[in-house]
Design a protein around this ligand. Structure first.
Ligand code: ATP
Ligand code: MG
Length: 139
């Protein structure tokens, strides 16, 4: 699963997420890094499908957390872009989520400071002239 990938369009971003979701095992914490609009939520749409759930994955930009039930376990999908600060991050109880058998997916992890659990995997997305590049690293 580790490696660098060229993603020519959004369907390829979803497909990479899906094959990652088929292989990954719970519990796990996955950080998703990359600029606004680089494809983090798109990757997660495929990932959740690969985990065995046929659900609509929306961006939790305003709700901060979305939950999905999958064949491999409960998924917590966080987007910390709009988090107000470390206290609000603490109030989300991220460490307790991490202690369970669950799968934790975090967009904009750096915004949550110390409250954010360390990743088992880091997925980084970058803009190319056309499409995106992705790197998947086991951490
Ligand atoms: N490989 C790709 N090539 C071109 N467009 C892509 C690719 N992957 C995703 N996109 C498109 O980029 C746009 C933004 O994607 P997405 O919402 O997943 O980004 P994001 O990183 O989650 O953004 P944010 O930081 O705002 O949460 C969408 O329109 C999506 O279809
Ligand atoms: Mg997003």
């Amino acid at each position: 699963m580790e490696g660098d990938y060229l993603l020519r369009d959004a369907s390829e971003t979803q497909a990479l997420g899906q094959s990652f979701g088929v292989k990954v095992t719970a519990p796990t914490v996955i950080h998703l890094q990359g600029d606004l609009g680089s494809g983090k939520t798109t990757f997660i749409q495929g990932l959740v499908r690969g985990l065995g759930a046929d659900v609509a994955v929306l961006s939790p930009t305003y709700t901060l957390v979305e939950e999905y039930t999958t064949e491999k376990g409960q998924v917590h999908h966080l987007d910390l872009y709009r988090i107000a600060g470390a206290e609000e991050a603490e109030s989300l109880g991220l460490r307790d989520r991490c202690g369970s058998d669950d799968i934790v997916l975090i967009e904009w992890p750096d915004r949550g400071g110390q409250a954010v659990p360390r990743p088992n995997w880091t997925v980084s997305l970058e803009y190319l002239d056309t499409g995106r590049s992705a790197s998947i690293v086991k951490t």
